[in-house]
Each structure stands twice: as C-alpha cells, then as structure tokens.
Design a protein around this ligand. Structure first.
Ligand SMILES: [Zn+2]
Length: 62
C-alpha cells in the first residue's frame, strides 16, 4: 500500500530527528541547563515535533 510506504518513510524521519535531538542534547551544556536556551536544540526539537505531527496525520491509527 502506498500509504504504508509513506508512513514507514515518515517513521524513519521521526527516528532520525529524535536521534539528532538526543545526540545534540547529550553533548550540549546549554541544553542541559534549564532555562539557558539553545537555538540548535530548539531547531532540532521543532524538526522532531514537526515530524511526529506529520506521522500522526498520515497514520492516525498508530
Ligand atoms: Zn543545545
């Protein structure tokens, strides 16, 4: 099914985005400091959030 293929690709995107967030946060003092704020961390988190939203819209039953 074409829908399934799209959902799988999006799931990979979500996973990659999440790994990017984790990888950055684990090595970024600003992200580990509450309230410090980090542009890169924020951008990675926004990308992850957007990817999860896309996945949910394409695959609402998951
Ligand atoms: Zn950071």
């Amino acid at each position: 099914m074409a829908t399934q293929q799209t959902a799988a690709a999006t799931a990979t995107q979500v996973e990659e985005a999440w790994h990017a967030v984790i990888k950055h946060i684990s090595a970024c003092p600003s992200c580990l400091t509450p309230g410090a704020g980090c542009g890169t961390g924020g951008a990675l988190l926004a990308a992850y959030t957007a990817a999860t939203r896309e996945q949910r819209e394409e695959n609402p039953d998951a």
